[in-house]
Design a protein. Structure first.
Length: 244
């Protein structure tokens, strides 16, 4: 499942540049029986299968040992040597931009992908953190892990060519991103805002900031409630509220 996403686009280029190293670990490699059993039926009965704690424990131990041999990346982005082990599961804390930035500063991340009916509860004692990508259940933690990887990778220097595009992403400072347009200038009678073709950079930046505030106000008011606006932001918000 990981081969496609990790072998395309920015993640592929990041590996070629030595900015990121991925180590895919098959939990079945740490089983002890000939059938490579990584799961079993739940105690007490019930549907589904539960991933085994002893197998996962061996995989974690081996991964931590090997991670010490991994390079830190060409830019040496290692403010500390912390190695964090994360379990992807529906009961974890929601993945946020703030958490993504925190993860991007670490040297190593070990991501454990839950599967089947669930994992043995004792696995939770072996991890540092539990992360969820939303209030819904998937067939496994592989897709959430890919999302976390992609989000974190964007904040490693050199992965995204235009650093400004990362800084101005939605959620970076607690707001949604402003609307963007490109050619054609008119499509089915709908024209792009005139200010964007005016050439007045100050006016363009003001419009973009205002639209970012407007979009956040109407689409994600919960984000705006946590945001600390500047005096100019407050003035723009007043304009939006009075004129809309």
């Amino acid at each position: 499942m990981f081969q496609g996403p990790l072998s395309e686009s920015l993640l592929k280029k990041a590996q070629e540049k030595g900015l990121i190293v991925f180590n895919l670990v098959n939990i079945r490699d740490f089983t002890t029986d000939k059938h490579k059993t990584a799961d079993d039926s739940p105690y007490g009965g019930g549907a589904g299968m539960v991933m085994k704690v002893d197998v996962i424990a061996k995989a974690i131990e081996n991964t931590k040992k090997n991670s010490e041999l991994l390079p830190a990346g060409r830019h040496g982005r290692t403010p500390n040597s912390e190695h964090r082990t994360i379990l992807l599961c529906p009961t974890g804390k929601l993945l946020t931009q703030e958490k993504v930035l925190e993860f991007s500063k670490l040297k190593n991340l070990t991501l454990i992908c839950g599967h089947y009916e669930g994992i043995d509860e004792r696995v939770r004692e072996l991890v540092d953190e539990e992360i969820s990508i939303g209030d819904y259940v998937l067939t496994g933690g592989e897709l959430p892990a890919m999302i976390l990887i992609d989000a974190v990778a964007r904040h490693i220097p050199g992965v995204v060519k235009e650093e400004e595009s990362v800084i101005k992403d939605s959620f970076f400072e607690g707001l949604l991103d402003h609307p963007s347009y490109t050619k054609p200038e008119e499509f089915e009678g709908k024209k792009i805002p005139e200010v964007l073709t005016s050439g007045h950079h100050k006016d363009i930046e003001r419009w973009r900031r205002k639209e970012s505030l407007r979009k956040t106000l109407y689409q994600r008011p919960d984000l705006l409630a946590k945001f600390t606006p500047s005096a100019e932001d407050r003035s723009l918000l007043n304009e939006i509220i009075q004129n809309d």
